[in-house]
Design a protein around this ligand. Structure first.
Ligand SMILES: Cc1cc2nc3c(=O)[nH]c(=O)nc-3n(C[C@H](O)[C@H](O)[C@H](O)COP(=O)(O)OP(=O)(O)OC[C@H]3O[C@@H](n4cnc5c(N)ncnc54)[C@H](O)[C@@H]3O)c2cc1C
Length: 601
């Protein structure tokens, strides 16, 4: 069979029954980092199977100020009824496209902190501390410093020694600032928040400009597709089969030998083989789905669907987390323009900014559409009226009471250890437990970064095209809503500080003057909290088997051989930044482990 001669999309026919060294399931950031690094060795052959298509370079994908990647959202993902949120069910979003979430996401690139990774280590994962991770953060990225004068006048600061300079992932800062963010910054300072010199240096509590994956040469998004596929197009040993969905991993005994797949719009199933390993990188919703479909998961579930059990692994699909978030609207009698709404509301301004962008000058089109650039990451100590009882209640609560009634004892043990860490994190002034950001127009986002609640992903059919049950269980643990309440109270302080009050600030839905008591806040949160920030994680966690873990510190799946997981599902706990920077670094580290295992060049 003649295979294509360079890194390229391949046809289903070319791949059918072929044999690769590695078959990677999912072409998001984790999958493409693995494929890129493994094919650095010209003797190694790699196939990535990705359910979505290649993007067509649309403005909605490439141009930050035109952000609108809806065609590449995975359709039909809806939560189970959210019992703690008035039984609502919500649509959720992940990418279905080569590049996965990084082709469609909000471009913010923010590392987790020393305390986040210390937690991973204390959950039994030696070798995954901050000092172990820093080289892999740096390896993957190429930071381009902003114009010094622009940085100095807009509160942008960084520590060049922690930023990477030789990797394929381009990132920097937008080169335009909406003036309102200066007011927000001053208001934050006036209520006690501190400027963070570099949120990528291991501590991020306070105020900072968030870097974005902006390639300053082109002023466009640098996705995983751009950084880890387009950039290595001359390699003949790197293939991508797009628009095909893996239905299950094939095993001989307990050894993974390949995968079965079908066209994303249907058709017959085919197989392809992996002589070394199958690597799952299908994201936090679909990696546990594929494991369960393949006979690796909770025994009772597999048996109930008649799936032959390859390995009993109770943790598969448990420990599921996301950053639940709420948007608060504000009206202003004295708002500063232009602001994040101006591209949509003022055609003259939008045309002027687009012309500047097209001639490569500083422009609002380098800012992700509808978003602000400044974050306030808050420790528990920074929150307003956060009573000590939140911590003491969290400490004394029985862990099992916060999990589904029939949860496996190993999963309960792992969650118990995580709760102890969460309680310590609440007491750590260097650990952000929630975050807030004003878009400079009409809305402020507040999200919980360190949820106590845990969800669960379980298949309900043996057919990969039937989406699994996405049981988010948001805010089912009693600690999460009080932490969000204390964050909303802090937001109120920021918005009524003189620098923001000067804009004629009026708090609107879902808050407002009628919301005062803790009970009022709780009512609002139950009605309006969103289950997701599209930061799904942790559903196939790296932890010891006796703690409900699914992969070991080398990311091998327990109980089988020839099968690893490289993606966001392996995070043991949600981190205090967005997932993406950490997904890239974890995948770089996993690639390094695989290369060493097989002595690859
Ligand atoms: C709208 C949106 C905004 C976001 N904003 C940010 C942000 O600003 N900052 C940040 O840090 N994070 C953000 N994220 C989250 C971030 O993009 C993800 O955490 C990250 O992409 C996860 O990487 P991954 O490789 O683990 O999985 P994914 O990126 O989800 O990639 C998994 C890939 O596997 C494919 N796949 C799934 N099942 C199969 C199958 N059966 N067969 C073949 N292929 C399959 C999917 O199509 C997908 O392309 C955002 C996400 C979204 C959706």
């Amino acid at each position: 069979r003649v295979l294509p001669s360079h890194a390229s999309p391949v046809s289903a026919r070319a791949v059918q029954s072929a044999n690769y060294d590695f078959v990677i399931v999912g072409g998001g950031p984790s999958g493409l980092v693995l494929a890129d690094r493994l094919t650095e060795d010209p003797k190694v052959t790699v196939l990535v199977i990705e359910a979505g298509p290649f993007d067509q370079g649309e403005d909605g994908v490439r141009v930050p100020g035109a952000w609108n990647p809806v065609p590449y959202f995975w359709p039909g993902l809806v939560t189970e009824p959210l019992t703690a949120l008035n039984g609502r069910a919500e649509q959720v979003v992940v990418g279905k496209v080569v590049g996965g979430g990084t082709t469609i996401n909000a471009m913010n690139i923010l590392r987790a902190t020393t305390a986040d990774f210390a937690a991973w280590v204390s959950l039994g994962n030696g070798g995954w501390g901050w000092n172990d991770m820093l080289p892999f953060f740096k390896k993957g990225e190429n930071f381009t410093a902003p114009d010094p004068a622009f940085a100095a006048s807009n509160n942008i600061s960084w520590d060049d020694s922690v930023r990477g300079h030789g990797g394929p992932l381009q990132y920097s800062y937008s080169n335009y600032n909406y003036p309102g963010s200066g007011q927000w910054w001053s208001a934050g300072l006036s209520v006690g928040l501190k400027p963070v010199h570099d949120p990528s240096s291991g501590v991020n509590t306070g105020l900072f400009w968030v870097p974005t994956v902006l390639d300053t040469k082109t002023q466009t998004r640098c996705s995983a597709r751009v950084a880890h596929y387009d950039s290595v197009k001359t390699r003949p040993n790197y293939h991508v089969l797009a628009e095909h969905q893996v239905a299950k991993v094939l095993f001989k005994g307990t050894r993974a030998t390949g995968v079965q797949y079908l066209g994303s719009s249907g058709g017959n199933t085919s197989t392809v083989f992996a002589s070394k390993e199958v690597i799952l990188a299908a994201g936090a919703l679909h990696t546990p789905q594929i494991l369960q479909l393949s006979g690796v998961g909770p025994e009772k579930l597999l048996k109930s669907l008649g799936i032959p059990v390859v390995a009993k692994l109770p943790g598969v699909g448990t420990n599921f987390q996301d950053h639940a978030s709420i948007v608060v609207q504000y009206n202003f009698s004295n708002i500063i323009t232009p602001n994040a709404g101006s591209l949509a509301t003022n055609a003259t301004y939008a045309a002027e900014q687009r012309a500047l962008y097209d001639s490569h000058q500083p422009s609002a089109f380098t800012v992700v559409r509808g978003l602000g650039s400044t974050f306030g990451a808050l420790s528990f100590k920074d929150l307003a009226n956060a009573s000590a009882s939140i911590i003491s209640n969290a400490k004394t609560r029985d862990a099992a009471a916060s999990l589904p009634a029939d949860e496996d004892r190993t999963v309960v043990a792992g969650y118990k250890a995580q709760r102890e860490i969460l309680v310590q994190q609440l007491q750590n002034p260097d650990m952000a437990v929630s975050v807030t950001a004003w878009d400079t127009f009409s809305s402020v986002m507040v999200a919980v970064l360190k949820p106590f609640s845990r969800g669960k992903i379980t298949i309900k059919s043996t057919d990969v095209r039937v989406e699994p049950k996405l049981d988010y269980r948001t805010a089912t643990d009693p600690s999460d809503l009080p932490i969000l309440t204390a964050t909303l109270r802090k937001l109120r302080q920021i918005m009524s500080a003189p620098a923001m009050a000067a804009l004629g600030t009026n708090e609107a839905a879902p808050l407002g003057a009628h919301v005062q008591s803790d009970e009022d806040f709780e009512t609002v949160l139950r009605a309006s909290l969103g289950a997701s920030s599209a930061h799904q994680c942790c559903s196939a966690p790296m932890m010891p088997l006796k703690m409900g873990g699914v992969v070991d510190p080398k990311h091998n799946v327990y109980g089988v051989t020839g099968l690893r997981i490289a993606d966001v599902s392996t995070f043991p706990m949600a981190v205090s930044g967005g997932p993406t920077a950490n997904v890239y670094a974890v995948a770089e580290k996993v690639a390094d482990i695989v290369k060493k295992t097989y002595k690859l060049a």
